[in-house]
Design a protein around this ligand. Structure first.
Ligand SMILES: Cc1cc2nc3c(=O)[nH]c(=O)nc-3n(C[C@H](O)[C@H](O)[C@H](O)COP(=O)(O)OP(=O)(O)OC[C@H]3O[C@@H](n4cnc5c(N)ncnc54)[C@H](O)[C@@H]3O)c2cc1C
Length: 382
């Protein structure tokens, strides 16, 4: 396995580093404090081509490899996790269902503006009564003359309610197959569709810049051409987009761990207690060494899952392992990094405190870590 980056991947990393350090790092903390999605930054990322990361040039994207995307995420997420969270949701689950399962007319109409960074994409699976149990969704789409009538509710949906959002691609239950087997269809619902409304932006412990809301569908009528893909395959199509989403959350976790390692190391070297920098105390050194080692282990799992996807091989188990390991490492490392900062690490004025707040959700989103365990155990034959 050769994980050295190609010239185009390296160029992308350079571009992302420059934008992350020059624009995101100085501007995003204010948006976090104000709990506002910084769509100004996301629009600028769109102009740089970063919103069409995994979409081929034919459809307005830059056709980057998954390995390149992970490497780019290491730069973006180190600067700010909310921007990175919104970006990755757009790039993976917000865009990929349309690319992978849409027809050419649908790709032209919705995927191209997403990939060109003119609008932001959202993915609507979770419901108030169906999170981990995706097959338990109740949102229903009923066949009507020339279209589908959708009723239901979604919750925790990211990117659907910003001034840059176009709507959502959501999953709904459709008429069961013969024999009663449940079927699910993916539908594009545009934001101005009558009957489609949203709750206010929800307030999280972290990712405060991410726009996450409840969506309500009351007699929402969409025409036939807004059904994406095959209703017989609707659930597996939606879940396959989540597989890439898991690599993406693993990458986001790497970026957070690197950020808190850098912050804690720098602080330990400058903070003096008992007449010497605290980095001279073995207890502090061991924490930093452990974080660096665990980060490296998580990094290898994540790049390997990305490499498997890029080389057309199955990556379900590896993506679950990468997400499980990297998110655990991130949540633990953020806590250790706060500890190294002492009282200062507890104050939201410091970047390490914000990263600490941002770290918990990595163990929950795109399938909780318990669900990653189930995926891995199933792959082992349990
Ligand atoms: C900030 C944020 C953004 C999000 N963005 C989106 C989005 O854009 N689109 C979207 O569709 N969803 C989104 N989600 C939803 C997210 O994917 C769900 O929160 C997640 O899948 C868990 O579902 P739940 O919250 O209903 O928890 P539940 O499924 O109710 O789980 C509660 C607890 O029970 C455990 N559990 C459940 N089933 C099992 C089992 N079989 N075995 C062992 N333990 C189990 C879980 O691991 C968890 O610890 C977002 C969530 C957050 C917090």
């Amino acid at each position: 396995m050769d994980l050295s980056l190609t010239d185009s991947e390296q160029a992308l990393v350079g571009l992302c580093r420059e934008f992350a350090q020059g624009e995101i790092a100085p501007r995003a903390p204010l948006a976090w404090d104000e709990a506002r999605c910084p769509t100004d930054l996301l629009r600028e990322m769109g102009q740089l081509g970063l919103l069409g990361m995994l979409v081929p040039e034919e459809w307005g994207g830059i056709g980057m490899s998954t390995v390149g995307f992970v490497a780019a995420m290491e730069e973006i997420g180190r600067a700010d996790q909310s921007v990175a969270a919104a970006w990755q949701a757009h790039v993976t689950i917000g865009s990929l269902p349309l690319y992978l399962f849409g027809n050419d007319a649908q790709r032209e109409r919705w995927l191209r503006p997403l990939a060109e960074g003119r609008v932001l994409g959202a993915f609507g699976l979770t419901e108030p009564d169906a999170g981990s149990d995706a097959r338990g969704i109740r949102t229903r789409a009923e066949r009507r003359d020339g279209g589908w009538l959708i009723n239901g509710a979604k919750t925790f949906i990211s990117n659907a309610g910003t001034d840059m959002s176009f709507g959502v691609t959501l999953l709904a239950r459709v008429e069961p197959a013969e024999g009663g087997k449940p079927r699910f269809g993916s539908f594009v619902v545009e934001k101005d569709t009558p009957g489609f409304t949203m709750g206010p932006k929800m307030r999280g412990i972290g990712w405060r810049g991410l726009d996450t809301r409840q969506l309500y569908l009351d007699d929402v009528m969409v025409p036939d051409d807004q059904l994406v893909g095959d209703p017989n395959m609707g659930m597996s199509q939606f879940l396959s987009a989540l597989e890439v989403g898991r690599i993406s959350i693993a990458a986001l976790s790497l970026s957070l761990t690197q950020a808190v390692l850098d912050l804690a190391t720098a602080y330990a070297r400058e903070r003096v207690q008992f007449g010497q920098p605290i980095s001279k105390f073995q207890a502090v050194q061991f924490k930093l060494a452990d974080i660096a080692t665990e980060l490296e282990a998580a990094r290898w799992l994540t790049y390997r899952a990305a490499y498997l996807r890029d080389t057309g091989r199955p990556f379900l188990k590896e993506a679950a392992m990468a997400k499980l390991k990297a998110s655990r490492v991130a949540a633990w490392a953020a806590s250790e990094a706060v500890q190294i900062h002492g009282g200062l690490g507890y104050m939201l004025e410091t970047p390490v405190a914000r990263f600490y707040c941002d770290s918990k959700v990595l163990e929950i989103g795109e399938g909780t870590n318990e669900i990653q365990h189930l995926v891995i155990a199933r792959a082992l034959g349990c």
